[in-house]
Design a protein around this ligand. Structure first.
Ligand code: 8YV
Length: 335
């Protein structure tokens, strides 16, 4: 025991970045990806002053009840639906996320998915790898163009806006729906017009989901919403599994009521609905939209900075850069 506060890091990250904690904390970093059951998670948190965790760690009142010294849970993600924020706030624990540092990488990947689905890249690759390429018909592998089409974005936060800004390069019109419309200057910068949700569903040729998962957004795209979309439309989900009813989506794709989909996130990850796995008109990836070297390093640095700052250390001492429940800071001044 060194007397330093303890930090637990639930998954392997980047040791050179984590090293910035070492002068001030006793750091324990898990050497491999592990699924922690609630009791194991509570035991890991119990002796800690801070924890840096991933989306797999679901943390609420029960997990922090036995962790009296815990002051911050720094999520290695911009989304924080794995954290029970009211419970952490009630316990006086700051939650932080990795806002903004992943916007551009996630937006790039969204376009990779969108174009991959439009041009059937992964199905064509599977066909080639299976040795079917003896001759290609002039009318084989026809895909969809983007130019002149409407890109709809459901959820126009910073990631939605970064996706929208790229649309001009593909000659697309942009429409969006959000809880509230954006300031005119941002709409102009993104060349995006606000629509109500039914109009967005009906007008979109490509519909990208970029909303956080909340009680309100759960199954925001279900059977009823899919029925309002064009049968030629493509759905892209880079937000969260659970925003889409995957069973309803698989049915729509299988019955030709939707042209294609591209999904980076799934209900009940890492489980993927078997009906989706059986379809050829859906591009699937294992929740990797933010997975670039630069961005995952920046996310790690931001989580480290949030922890350092709360303990009055590092470049942001006293002002964690991305608190989710900043009311905790007002209640509990920095040391
Ligand atoms: C994950 C994400 O954090 O930031 C988010 O909310 O969904 C991703 O960036 C990342 O996949 C690590 O789990």
């Amino acid at each position: 025991m060194t007397g330093k506060p303890r930090v637990w890091i639930s998954r392997p990250t980047f040791p050179d970045i984590v090293a910035r904690l070492e002068p001030y904390f006793e750091v324990t970093a898990e050497p491999e990806e592990t699924a922690f059951m609630p009791a194991a998670l509570a035991a890991k948190l119990a002796p800690c002053g801070a924890a840096i965790v991933g989306l797999k760690e679901r943390i609420g009142a029960a997990e922090v009840a036995g962790a009296p010294a815990l002051r911050i849970v720094a999520n290695l993600a911009v989304g924080y639906d794995n954290l029970d924020i009211p419970a952490l706030t009630a316990a006086g624990i700051l939650a932080s996320n990795t806002a903004d540092v992943l916007n551009e990488s996630v937006a790039d990947y969204t376009w990779a998915l969108l174009l991959g689905a439009a041009r059937r890249m992964d199905a064509a690759e599977r066909w080639l790898r299976a040795g079917h390429w003896h001759a290609t018909g002039f009318k084989a592998w026809l895909g969809l163009d983007t130019r002149g089409r409407t890109l709809g974005i459901l959820g126009m936060g910073r990631i939605g806006q970064a996706i929208a800004r790229r649309a001009a390069g593909f000659g697309m019109r942009v429409a969006y729906h959000n809880r509230s419309s954006l300031p005119a200057a941002i709409e102009a910068e993104c060349a995006a017009r606000y629509l109500d949700k039914p109009a967005l569903l009906a007008e979109s040729d490509f519909l990208v989901l970029a909303v956080p998962l909340t009680a309100e957004s759960r199954h925001a795209i279900g059977a009823a919403e899919l029925a309002q979309m064009k049968p030629t439309a493509v759905l892209v989900n880079i937000a969260r599994g659970g925003v889409v009813d995957d069973a309803a989506l698989a049915a729509a794709l299988g019955e030709g009521r939707l042209a294609a989909a591209a999904l980076d996130v799934f209900e009940g990850e890492p489980h993927v609905h078997p009906a989706l796995l059986a379809l050829d008109n859906v591009v699937l990836s294992p929740h990797i939209a933010s997975a670039t070297w630069d961005t995952r390093r920046a996310m790690t640095a931001m989580a480290v900075d949030n922890v350092l700052a709360l303990f009055g250390r590092g470049p942001h001492a006293g002002r964690p850069p991305s608190p989710v429940n900043p009311e905790v800071l007002a209640r509990r001044p920095a040391p």
